[in-house]
Write a protein that binds this ligand. Structure first.
Ligand code: KIV
Ligand code: ZN
Length: 515
């Protein structure tokens, strides 16, 4: 029998640490539901002590998820661990994930603690967590750059205190596959009680080797849990991409001889949902989930594929959830057809009023655009979820004028609190003019870090999806807006980013930055 590898998804925690990727409570719940459909074993829903908003989001995920273990990160201290346990109260199965840095550099510079103090704190924290749950993970932050003798002592001690999973992160993405695999193997061989815990890998992608390192941690090192994120989302160059791990284990089962419980047909829907919610666009040539991952354009390849798919294809697009862009609904589709499609996409709308509101949005879109695809429906539901969360700013309408040789002008009407406001401005282009018109009233003073436009389906009749990234007072937020008119999409994206800046519960401590 092949060994099972536990898939621990940290899109909602490590992924959320990507600049601007912060998600609202409802967004986290929607992604968590999709992760559950994907059948991930563990969902790390956030870092409860980092903010009130994250605490509430973890509680909501814990209440919504039934089949996966729900986990919260915590620094290795009583206060954080208590907060994590409180946030997880409603979970059917819960895990507390405590971490403490063990590398000489992190202990001296970041923690300002001696190795003996770190050892004692690690033991104390796991002893404390043991009173709250049985399922405890300990992460030795910057584990790969730690001294082997010391790391062995820490790991042995926390297993004795009751840690059931031991995670050895390559926090800074410094490892290479063989060396990382050997590192895990040496630890497992030298720690006397190593068989009492599941060993886990957590790799960052700074040198582009996160997936290879994680797989080596399993194959060479004997780890049986991989921590990963959808689309490889994560700080800096990101984390280990879940879709690449799952498809490597599956496609090369002859080599790895391991299984995982993931339903691969849910991979592409998960990838699209995370991309649409966070505004982090997936590069076209990204393995498994990129738009070109299964496109065979060269003549030779097409010829081979027609004769026998195996000539150039090692995986099937349909096995990972790619389906040809289907026209699912149109102008004449009724409320029941819309509701049924939502169900097929796994989107639950509890209140009748919310369904009515989403259906009205669908009808408005169907008036603008003859063919409605799944991606359009996902975008409609993102807009509806944002409206439900009581946005401070809300787009109403826009008109603009641009002509070659003239400076474009825009007039935007939007709601701010309970007031409806119309504002006019000029700009370098129609988008600039529209955002200037909003800024004249909102006066956020935020710095624009990124503006990007992406078509959510193919062809010029697609809706444009715009991401705007803003920075203010040390916070970075992304706003996403979709509309068949990309100028309106831009205004929506800008207002969505302003909503995030306006919400103080979205200000978070970054786990790795704080002692
Ligand atoms: O990269 C890292 O070290 C982490 C830990 C907190 C698990 O994310
Ligand atoms: Zn990490």
């Amino acid at each position: 029998m092949s060994d099972k590898v536990i898939i621990f998804d940290t899109t909602l925690r490590d992924g959320e640490q990507s600049p601007g990727a912060s998600m609202t409570k409802d967004e986290k719940v929607r992604i968590a539901r999709q992760l559950e459909r994907l059948k991930v074993d563990v969902i790390e829903a956030g870092f409860a002590a980092s903010s009130e908003g994250d605490f509430q989001a973890i509680s909501a995920v814990a209440a919504a998820v039934k089949d996966s273990i729900v986990c919260s990160l915590a620094r290795a201290n009583d206060k954080d661990i208590t907060r994590a346990a409180d946030a997880l109260k409603a979970a059917k199965a819960k895990r507390i994930h405590a971490f403490l840095a063990t590398s000489p550099l992190h202990m001296a510079v970041k923690l300002r603690m001696s190795p003996e103090e770190v050892l004692e704190q690690a033991k104390r924290s796991i002893r404390f967590a043991r009173n709250l749950t049985q399922d405890i993970e300990f992460s030795a932050e910057d584990g790969y750059r730690s001294e082997m003798d010391f790391l062995c002592r820490v790991v042995e001690a926390v297993i004795n205190e009751g840690a059931s999973t031991i995670n050895i992160p390559d926090t800074v993405g410094y490892a290479t596959p063989e060396l990382y695999g050997e590192f895990i193997k040496t630890l497992r061989t030298r720690v006397p009680n190593s068989d009492k815990a599941v060993w886990s890998v957590h790799c960052h992608n700074d040198l582009g080797m996160a997936v290879a390192n994680s797989l080596a941690g399993v194959k060479i090192g004997g780890a049986r849990q991989i921590e990963c994120t959808i689309n490889g989302l994560g700080e800096r160059a990101g984390n280990t991409a879940l879709e690449e791990i799952v498809m490597s284990l599956r496609t090369r089962k002859d080599y790895f001889d391991m299984v995982c419980g993931i339903d691969a047909t849910q991979i592409v829907p998960a990838s699209k949902l995370v991309s649409q919610i966070t505004g982090f666009v997936v590069q076209p040539n990204k393995a498994v989930v990129g738009a070109n991952a299964f496109a065979h354009t060269s003549g030779i390849h097409q010829d081979g594929i027609l004769k026998n798919r195996d000539t150039y294809e090692i995986m099937r697009a349909e096995d990972v959830g790619w389906s040809a862009n289907k026209i699912v609904l149109g102008k004449l589709s009724g409320r029941n057809a819309f509701k049924q499609r939502l169900q097929e996409l796994g989107i639950t709308v509890e209140a009748e009023a919310d369904l009515n509101e989403a259906f009205t949005r669908f009808k408005t879109l169907a008036d603008q655009k003859a063919e409605i695809f799944d991606e359009d429906i996902i975008a409609i539901m993102s807009d509806s979820a944002a409206a439900e969360e009581g946005e401070h700013y809300h787009f109403i309408s826009l008109s603009q004028h641009s002509e070659t040789g003239e400076r474009p002008k825009s007039r935007v009407t939007f709601r701010m609190g309970d007031k409806e406001i119309s504002s006019e401005a000029e700009g370098n282009g129609p988008v600039d003019a529209s955002l200037n018109a909003i800024e004249v009233i909102a006066k956020s003073g935020a710095e624009q870090l990124l503006y990007s436009v992406n078509a959510i389906t193919s062809g010029t009749q697609s809706q444009g999806e715009v991401t705007v990234r803003l920075a203010k007072g040390g916070r970075i937020v992304n706003g996403v807006g979709t509309d068949p008119d990309i100028i309106a999409a831009s205004a929506k994206a800008y207002l969505s980013a302003l909503n995030k800046l306006h919400d103080p519960s979205q200000a978070k401590l970054n786990a790795q930055m704080t002692p």
